[in-house]
Design a protein around this ligand. Sequence first.
Ligand code: XMP
Length: 321
Amino acid sequence: MKIEEITLEKMDVKKFIEDKINEIAQTVGSGTAINALSGGVDSSVVTMLGHRALGDKLKTYFVENGLMRHNEPQQIATKFKELGVGIEIVDAKEEFFGALKGVVDPEQKREAITQTFYKNVFGKLVKKSGAKHLLHGTIYTDIEETVAGIKRQHNIFAQIGIDPQESFGYNILEPLLQLRKPAVRKLAEALGLPAEIYNRPPFPGPALAARVIGEVTPKRVQIVRRATSIVEEELSSSGAFQYLAILHEDMVTGVREGKRDFGHQIEIRCWESTDARTGSPTRLSYDLLDKLADRITSEIPGVVSVTYNITRKPPSTIEAV
Ligand code: XMP
């Protein structure tokens, strides 16, 4: 099936919202639907459209994988509650850390997270809920990347461990399939979502695990989480496309209060980019870099080194994993 793109310029926002709400309401009818919210702009827009179309007949879950930023699950759930949308947070930290135990290879880490999310956690919720309709935030770019072989096949049925042949009757609704990110951001604004959501800088699916080199343990995620909070606080006004902290695997010798302190290394990246396909490092002021190094080493126990990455993408990538 050929999917026709609707560009930002061509989109009639009000009509698009009305049409999608009607489509979802008609398809689901008297049944129920389910979706997973991550707080990213795509899943947030799908949640709002689904909620407007179905009200309580839509069950929305936030999967707490233990890899999100400080208080992120609670903050997202609270924001949606303020908008009148109930979100259930599902604690799946043990499943994710269990699957990540001992895994150091970047692709295996990503695979472990994908499998845990779709098969072990969300797949089970779908089956348990009895809902036959699933709302998903796939966008036009995802399809393009699948066709180009850049990303794994976007086949939600297979990902949630459901054989459509066997379980005929499941229906996946993808209301954003014809849109790219700028159009989705526009919809988010029109649907009354707050600016932190429609202007949210990109955040990777594997969350902070994409920023931990080496084994992803609760302790190591906590270090990168604290560094992320500092980096986001200091760089949110920089106007950069994306900024992040990475925890290195190697430890280095430092000195604290006159004593040797063998500790962790944090790398900061701050990117100028328009679409994440290429990027260059932001020319941050030395004073700002100095402040970041001071805060990270004094506020996070065990961190003795902070570096700033000056590489372009390519050959670097935005994330480390
Ligand atoms: P890379 O690291 O490949 O990242 O240069 C390009 C952009 O994509 C984001 N990213 C992801 N987004 N799922 C996502 O939804 C993922 O698995 C994923 N990995 C990377 C990254 O933050 C950057 O904006």
